[in-house]
Design a binder for this molecule. Structure first.
Ligand code: ROI
Length: 159
């Protein structure tokens, strides 16, 4: 059985666009997984002041892995691409987040899905909207169209 997961990608160090391109290739190599689609790349200011601009994208990944096994695989890709975990919200070469995992709602210490902050982040919602139908519902029942209305396309640049 495969599940469609949506992965948020972000980088603001060491050639962010290249980081995202190689991460997309790495996602397609994850065991039992296939990269089904990827959004355009978007740039925006960091939500925290004093950091370089971020480049973000969203990928659709069809996977036979369980959610925590997928999380392990994503963390291995982050580590391979040189991410050093310094401060919690510090600049990073690569951040990979599981935004959605099929219709599952997951709330364990390592993983919360749908991702807690996605509803308020234009750099997640607009790329996600490229990959799903206009009437898409999140696993918790929220309509993507409604979230987009509450989260204006401000400060985003689509590359
Ligand atoms: N800001 C933007 N624009 N994109 C991100 O991916 C991002 N990630 C973060 C913080 C520092 C909150 N700001 C961000 O972790």
């Amino acid at each position: 059985m495969t599940t469609r997961a949506f992965i948020g990608l972000g980088s603001n160090l060491d050639e962010p666009a290249e980081q995202l391109r190689s991460a997309l290739q790495a996602l397609d190599q994850v065991s039992g997984s296939r990269l089904a689609a990827a959004s355009a790349l978007y740039t925006s200011e960091s939500l925290l002041p004093g950091q370089p601009r971020y480049t973000n994208a969203v990928a659709a990944l069809d996977t036979s892995l369980e959610p925590l096994a997928l999380l392990d695989a994503l963390q291995a890709i982050e580590n391979d691409q040189g991410r050093v975990r310094m401060e919690r919200w510090g600049p990073r070469t690569l951040d990979l987040d599981i935004l959605l995992f099929g219709n599952q709602v997951i709330d364990v210490p390592r993983l919360q899905v749908p991702h807690y902050h996605m509803h308020a982040r234009p750099f997640v919602l607009y790329p996600l909207a490229e990959l799903v139908p206009a009437d898409f519902l999140l696993a918790d029942g929220r309509a993507l169209a409604q979230l987009l209305q509450n989260c204006p396309f401000v400060g985003l640049e689509r590359l």
